[in-house]
Design a protein around this ligand. Sequence first.
Ligand SMILES: [Zn+2]
Length: 338
Amino acid sequence: MDEVTGTVLAGESYEPIRGRLVVEDGRIEAVEETDTESTDIVVPAFVNAHTHLGDSVAKEAAVGLSLDEAVAPPGSLKHRRLAAADRAELVSAMRRTLRFMRRTGTVSCLDFRENGEYGARALREAAAPVDVDPFVFGSDDPAVLDVADGYGASGANDDRFDEERAACDARGVPFAIHAGEPDATDIHPALDLDPDLLVHMVHAERAHLDRVAEQSVPIAVCPRANTVLGVGDAPLRELLDHTTVALGTDNVMLNAPSMFREMAYAAKRFDVSSREVLRMATAAGAEIAGLDCGVIEPGRRAALVVLDGASDNLADTEDPVRAVVRRASALDVKRVVG
Ligand SMILES: [Zn+2]
């Protein structure tokens, strides 16, 4: 049995409770209100809802490039760098990124992995010795589902994906697709595929939002990546008012996959509460991938980030949720549990 004490951001509302968590066999047994000396802040570990870990071979290589030049298949800088990397280099680069993610409080990510079965297998190998369990959205070929957990499509303007959609249905695994990143033209075609997850939706308009709500499609947003690529700002308030929205850091090439940085950026740039942002960084991604973490409550997996609430950075903050979302950094992490 393990015990974690401090200010616990418990339940779906992340209500701060002074007390302790009882952890048994990796699961939360109890959340108890009790006197404690601990100044730690305990939050659910993060689930990064959209990454491209393969880009770890080309960090900061695309500065100043457009979306097409940087990441669009098949001729962009990203794809040229992926083609040029040998397998050992790719695995090693992705593994280092996964270690960084773990140290910054992330226990899982929903990754779009390029290069079919080869790419999906390389990511599994990279993750094997690291305590981050990526949910792998494979690509290129429906047969990638032998290795991947779902299919991740580049976008409905790039190709037809009916076969991949059908393969996901047949196996009961999710089909995800980018939509509305440079413009709105691929959003209706993406929604026609009845996706289980849309990524970006920067250019979502009212008719798209109505369909998203009607079809109950969750959305992963990546605010910093949108800024770096200059595609605009997603209508985050409106998206949240229509469906489940989760937060992702997108291409490792463009941004460090730190959920602290993504949360602070989202909280300060958009009309959203700190609680909404924390949910986007934890429970929302977990829910989309069917993971048993993201909320601190009895029965759940004990995947937790323990922050030093008395650090030079976090001391004297007035509200623990705001402190975690808007101010905390990797330096405040004491340990990541589970
Ligand atoms: Zn993406």
